[in-house]
Design a protein around this ligand. Structure first.
Ligand code: CTP
Ligand code: CA
Length: 225
């Protein structure tokens, strides 16, 4: 089987994938999170593995499981944990696909005891998290391929292109929440791929495994350039 594997299109390629949400602790029992299911990122990790890549999957809290035992899964909780794991695996990666729905804000202080309720309301002060994708974009070497996602509800293409450029990406996967059947919790997704030359391809609504396949075809082309 070693010989068969060596004929796969991504054989020998190291690919880093992030998936799922991050949880930002407020106190020992509460957190700020989001509705990401992790399905898209896990579908990508599985597709990449099926194409012969060596996949490292950095996953936030999710119930998803990988299909391939060869995938190296690293579980993380917070945006800061995810950043540290990505920083350690990125230098050796040929490609990186950042599918995770990373929290943009995290509490300034994490209470060490459960916060008790009082008669007044409660304000939680938040600070920005580090943009993992942008950090990797700044570190990117020649030949490394960096793919990001953009989740938008308005001015979709304009905002996606701005992210592609600002974060120094090779490809952005635009996920529009306006399409029925697309986005977080569904098994299906509808995406538009936009590359550095601003070449755009819009795909039909399909199963996340098939969307992962479309993304991997484009990624394989970019790795050859
Ligand atoms: N991302 C990241 N680290 C963060 C925030 C986002 O790596 N702290 C990555 C996501 O994994 C995704 C891309 O950046 O690949 C875009 O995420 P998105 O939330 O759509 O964009 P933001 O840049 O966070 O901007 P906004 O939420 O304001 O639209
Ligand atoms: Ca965000």
């Amino acid at each position: 089987t070693g010989d068969i594997k060596s004929k796969l299109p991504l054989f020998g390629k190291q690919v880093l994938v992030t998936a799922g949400p991050t949880y930002e602790a407020i106190d020992p029992v509460r957190f700020i999170g989001n509705h990401s299911s992790g399905k898209m990122g896990f579908a990508l990790a599985d597709e990449l593995a099926s194409l012969g890549a060596d996949v490292t999957l950095v996953a936030g809290p999710t119930a998803q499981v990988c299909k391939y035992q060869s995938i190296k899964r690293i579980n993380v909780t917070s945006a800061e944990n995810m950043l540290q794991e990505c920083l350690s695996y990125f230098p050796a990666a040929d490609a990186c696909v950042m599918c995770a729905a990373v929290a943009d804000y995290t509490p300034v202080v994490v209470a060490d005891q459960k916060i008790k309720k009082h008669d007044e309301g409660l304000n939680i002060e938040l600070k920005k998290t580090t943009d993992i994708l942008k950090t990797l974009g700044n570190q990117k070497r020649d030949g490394q391929v960096l793919v990001g996602f953009a989740l938008e509800t308005e001015n979709e293409e304009e905002y996606a292109i701005a992210k592609l450029q600002k974060k120094n990406l090779d490809l952005i996967v635009l996920n529009s929440l306006n399409d029925a059947g697309a986005g977080f919790k569904n098994d299906t997704n509808k995406v538009t791929l936009i590359d550095r030359q601003l070449q755009k391809t819009t795909y039909a609504l399909k199963d996340k495994a098939e969307v992962a396949h479309d993304i991997c075809i484009k990624l394989t082309q970019l790795l050859k350039q």
